[in-house]
Design a protein around this ligand. Sequence first.
Ligand SMILES: Cc1cc2nc3c(=O)[nH]c(=O)nc-3n(C[C@H](O)[C@H](O)[C@H](O)COP(=O)(O)OP(=O)(O)OC[C@H]3O[C@@H](n4cnc5c(N)ncnc54)[C@H](O)[C@@H]3O)c2cc1C
Ligand code: FES
Length: 261
Amino acid sequence: MAIERDARLREAQSWGDFHRFVIDAPAVGREARPGQFVMVRVSDGTAPLLRRPLGIHDADGNGFELFFKVAGRGTEILSQKKVGDRLDVLGPLGRGFTIPAPAEGTAVWLVGGGRGIAPLFFLARRLAEAKARPVVFYGGRTSADIPIRGRFERAGIELICSTDDGSFGFAGLVTALVSRELDKSRPAIVYACGPDPMMKALAAITARHGVPAEFSLESVMGCGIGACWGCVHRIRGAGGDDWVKICEEGPVFPGERILWP
Ligand SMILES: Cc1cc2nc3c(=O)[nH]c(=O)nc-3n(C[C@H](O)[C@H](O)[C@H](O)COP(=O)(O)OP(=O)(O)OC[C@H]3O[C@@H](n4cnc5c(N)ncnc54)[C@H](O)[C@@H]3O)c2cc1C
Ligand code: FES
């Protein structure tokens, strides 16, 4: 884990409320693993005081990328940063997704809803590098909610899209799409990130099909490093159910350990 107070915004791209940032921050980029996150300080002043958690969308030796949707004041301020602006980031944090070993030839499915697609690009790239066979299911309410589908295609990663209103790809929920595909074939593992109702439904579907799954949970986070207890979630452990800090023990958990609200 590193604090990079002099990280720089190298490239920025926007689609309405969605933004992709490429950030020069070598210490974070070098260490990052898929599913980990960073805490970003969005303002030099006191409002908002707390850093905001954002998943690592991609990373290499030069730095890392973010893909985020404006949700409130903090992400709004972040979205207004300009190329060349300084950023203060803490990371990489948390425990990410498990890459199967051996990965070669293994069919793996990645399911992202809306901004939940963010960590799955990095994961898909790493899985492809490990010679697994990733298929990405990318769902949104409308075609405007799935703006980075071209990135997966350009990276040569198989992609199946869905929209609730049928404006692009499969018409319906991404969970219905995955459920339909699970009736035809079976991956070694399903990875997911998205809104809680999507992940809860997907947990039930994968459990019914007997397919292992990992889910990246979200919570409001005060510190990101285990100090504030602001991010607890009820998790099933060997010694019984317990409240655990998502920022330290997660954000990624196996489906069978999560007690959905
Ligand atoms: C580990 C982790 C990784 C994340 N990765 C991404 C990402 O890659 N891209 C992305 O767009 N977002 C991501 N988020 C969500 C992001 O952190 C929140 O949208 C952001 O903190 C909101 O801050 P804000 O100041 O803009 O909004 P605020 O004004 O703080 O809140 C606006 C609204 O969003 C709700 N909210 C705030 N934080 C969260 C949260 N963590 N989960 C759910 N609802 C929240 C608030 O209750 C409120 O209703 C991630 C969250 C976590 C915990
Ligand atoms: S965010 Fe502070 S303990 Fe997890």
